[in-house]
Design a protein around this ligand. Sequence first.
Ligand code: SME
Length: 159
Amino acid sequence: MRASGNRLTREQARDLLARLDSAIAGSRGKASREAVARFLNTMVPSYTWVGIYAIDGADLVLDAWSGPSATEHTRIPIGKGVCGFAAKAGKTEIVSDVSKDPRYLQCFLSTKSEIVVPITKQGAVVGEIDIDGDQLDAFSSLDREFLEAVARKASSLWA
Ligand code: SME
């Protein structure tokens, strides 16, 4: 599969991780999670839409997002969709072509690929970062590494 041209590079990933702390400094709770979503969406061209879901009982609830438009999937049962699957498994999911994944719940017609990274606190999944890309195969193992590091930082933004 051909890699998309605007993928994250290792150098950018290192730089962004160093800048994330100052992007969220001064905000707390939901506002800080909104700052993380905005930071990722605006700083990485391949991250077309960025959402942060929080666990609420047996569901994931959309807590913060940044992107061109709102999604209808503001509540997703754990176990459903790519998001619910990742939350249940507690593991990052990369879907390089959403049209080939039967789990996929469509939000935007333009989405071609997706990555979902759980956020854990003391071993339990408390939420996740969900990113849609409008190119096929937009996410690599570098995005996984980068976003898992972001998720570790984001876990401190949970009460
Ligand atoms: N595609 C996700 C649903 C959330 S939207 O991408 C914002 C899924 O399959 O779970």
